[in-house]
Design a binder for this molecule. Structure first.
Ligand SMILES: Cc1cc2nc3c(=O)[nH]c(=O)nc-3n(C[C@H](O)[C@H](O)[C@H](O)COP(=O)(O)O)c2cc1C
Length: 197
């Protein structure tokens, strides 16, 4: 598969802001990136799949391909998981790859591909010790975890809502692009080019 420009994999999980992922797609495309969307099965009901296919030019992928099918998306240069459910955060910190989405994140962490995670649930849910530990582990592995009052205001308990307009899509994209640029600058072959006369 030919890569004309860098590729973002936008991973959406089963929380209401998933329906707004078009804002992330638009921000990345405005910077010349291609975007492929990977949805967990739980996120699908929140998505306008046809609109996202029209916007990205790629299928919205939600399951592993069969062995005889080609890869539906070009490989990623950066990955954003937004919104990231508590369930997915817990899986990421244990290396579980039971969905295409979690598998792609596990590969990204292993390969050192920039990964940005934007947790979204109630504050009570995300305060579970296992989730707090998971976020801390991800940060220790150089994953960017955008979480806190300054990032996105979350309800203490009760049902979550889409927080349309307030979800930090722009911030997530800015971090992904910055981490990608940093990774490019730190590539060993780049260093060699600079030092070779
Ligand atoms: C309407 C609705 C809203 C939900 N909102 C959230 C949420 O904001 N955060 C969260 O962690 N889980 C939320 N859930 C629960 C997740 O969808 C559920 O834990 C699911 O197993 C997550 O799977 P995934 O991580 O593979 O997407 C919601 C579920 C529904 C039906």
């Amino acid at each position: 598969m030919v890569k004309a420009s860098p590729v973002l994999h936008a991973i959406v999980t089963g929380a209401p802001p998933a329906g707004g992922v078009g804002a992330l797609v638009a921000a990345a495309q405005a910077d010349g990136w291609q975007v492929g969307i990977i949805s967990t099965p739980s996120a699908l009901p929140f998505l306008d799949v046809d609109a996202l296919i029209a916007m990205t030019g790629y299928p919205v992928v939600h399951s592993f391909r069969s062995p005889t099918e080609p890869e539906p998306l070009p490989p990623p240069d950066a990955v954003v998981v937004a919104p990231a459910t508590a369930n997915t955060i817990a899986k990421l910190a244990t290396g579980i790859s039971d969905t295409l989405a979690t598998g792609r994140c596990a590969q990204a962490i292993g390969a050192g591909i920039p990964l940005v995670v934007v947790p979204f649930s109630t504050r009570d849910h995300l305060a579970h010790p296992a989730i707090v530990t998971a976020m801390s582990s991800l940060r220790a592995w150089d994953v960017t975890v955008l979480y806190g009052e300054q990032v996105c205001s979350l309800p203490a308990g009760g049902p979550t809502s889409p927080v349309a307009g307030a979800f930090p899509w722009r911030l997530a994209w800015d971090h992904a692009r910055t981490e990608y640029t940093r990774a490019q600058c730190e590539r060993p072959d780049n260093h060699q080019r600079k030092t070779t006369p």
